[in-house]
Design a protein around this ligand. Sequence first.
Ligand SMILES: [Zn+2]
Length: 291
Amino acid sequence: MNKPIYLFLAWALTAPAPAVAAAPPVVVSVKPVHSLVAGVMEGIAPPRLLITGGASPHTYSLKPSDARALAQAKIVFVVGGALESFLGKALGALVQGGRLVELATLPGLAPAGRAGRDRDSMDPHIWLDVANAKVIVATAARVLEDADAANGRRYAANAKRLSARLDGLDAELARIVAPAKDIPYVVFHDAYGHFERRYGLAAAAALTVNPARPPGARRLSEVRRAMVAMGVRCAFGEPQFRPTLIDTLIEDTAVKVGVLDALGATVPPGPDAYFRIMRDLARAFAGCLSG
Ligand SMILES: [Zn+2]
């Protein structure tokens, strides 16, 4: 027996049989949604996260490596709507042979936003309602089963388990947030409508609708007046944007400062990220408003 063949046989006898078929390359735009897809793909392959760290999808600019990942992906999950404005019209061209899934247009999502507030478009922060997270999970499982039948039963089993975990999270979040109900606050950008509607919170005002366009001095003084008139207890900033605006806003008032992070800037990506992001958000509301 010559050496290469011998080595090959030795490898073939000792290597474990592959446990799962290779999964198609999957790309997801933002961390909370990536986490849900990673939960569906757990034990098979991790999806790629496009916007990492503390970056905001509202102001992100695409890197060449991102464009390559999008071109090579078999499935791309984005929220769509106004969220990933950096992808814009280029998205269709960037996703070359793959399937593009825009989650904001899924049927079965909870209606966006609060009653009585004017909106020119839907609120794209859809993952902030756990019921929507369950719709995203079911959709991801279906799309993955379609593209990768060999792992179909694993995706379905993961999705079922994840959905049950999400029911538990929903009840937990309602408990955490309960003491904060009906206490007025202001937010940096109008991102929390889905969360607020589900758990009975309501922002008195948002500094800006579009965080890519920071508020000017006039908007700041408008919101300051509203804060005083409405007895606002907290002003929430975000790690993705300049905190100095919030400091200016609350200067010489008794209003407290909190931080809301809908994207989990410092949370490690993966199947547990969604749960941590949502718990942190609930605690941030409750901690500042009822503390
Ligand atoms: Zn946003």
